[in-house]
Write a protein that binds this ligand. Structure first.
Ligand code: GLN
Length: 267
């Protein structure tokens, strides 16, 4: 198929960057038949990264599939904020709640060769992708991955506590809003990674209960927030003991990453 008709088809289907995507489809298709298959998937609004099987995020490339949330550029805000704190405070261990593809945890492990990490997820199939990504980035010896659900009573017993840093991009979309999201998200991202319950804040309430045990004195908790959620999240987390440290905005000016500290002695 020639380049112009590829662009035309993508554009007619309402794909935002038809030229860029046409080029990527062409470059990644082994032959015409494969190109046609990939195009048909994209015209059904399967996200490009899931068609290609990989996504560029922060400084690295991650394998993705239907079992994981596609890494979003907005989430780089959290990774950058975490990297700064790890460097300034010489942080040596980190826990990620809801590791998914691993894009947050594994980026940090790849950046800091002395850092050790644990990633938990309630999805065993997501953990498989995270494990593959850990291998590709050469950080698997410093990364332990565990199936666990933070809503379980036994969670702290399973995971332990005393982490110098805890990070999470929990599901935060209010349940009834998922249907209103674009097809790329509502049909192709796992709902487990999106559904934040009635008001979108259910996971933050649970994390607020767990945080004083999970985070070591002087340690940090970094949470991604959805649009307009920052104030509520700060209230929820601070009511259970940690203190608000800083809020970082993403490139669109949205308060995207909220940082808390468990004050006590220094790390
Ligand atoms: N950032 C994702 C979106 O808006 C949601 C991810 C999440 O719930 N943590 O589509």
């Amino acid at each position: 198929m020639d380049f112009d008709s590829l662009i035309q088809k993508l554009s007619t289907a309402g794909i935002e960057s038809p030229r860029l995507e046409a080029r990527l489809l062409k470059e990644n298709a082994s032959d015409e038949k494969k190109l046609e298959q990939m195009l048909q998937a994209r015209l059904k609004h399967q996200p490009l990264d899931k068609i290609l099987g990989r996504k560029e995020f922060y400084k690295y490339t991650f394998k993705v599939n239907a079992d994981v949330l596609s890494p979003r550029p907005d989430t780089e805000t959290l990774v950058e904020a975490a990297a700064k704190l790890i460097e300034q405070n010489k942080i040596k261990n980190i826990l990620e709640l809801g590791v998914g593809s691993g894009c947050i945890l594994l980026s940090l492990l790849a950046d800091f060769p002395n850092l050790k990490g644990k990633g938990i997820d309630r999805s065993a199939s997501a953990l498989k992708i995270a494990a593959e990504n850990a291998k590709c980035l050469g950080v698997e010896s410093r990364c332990s991955l565990q199936e666990a659900d933070w809503f379980d009573e036994a969670f702290i017993n399973q995971i332990g506590g005393g982490f110098e840093m805890v990070v999470s991009n929990p599901p935060y979309i209010p349940h009834h809003e998922i249907e209103t999201l674009e097809t790329e998200v509502k049909k192709y991202d796992p709902w487990l990674a999106l559904d934040g319950g009635l008001d979108g804040l259910e996971s933050y309430r649970r994390i607020a209960d767990l945080a004083p045990k999970l985070v070591k004195d002087g340690g940090f908790l970094l949470l991604e927030a959805g649009v307009h959620q920052a104030a509520d999240i700060i209230k929820i987390i601070c009511s259970k003991g940690l203190q608000h440290f800083k809020t970082e905005k993403d490139l669109s000016g949205i308060e995207r990453c909220i940082i808390f500290q468990k004050r006590g002695c220094n790390l």
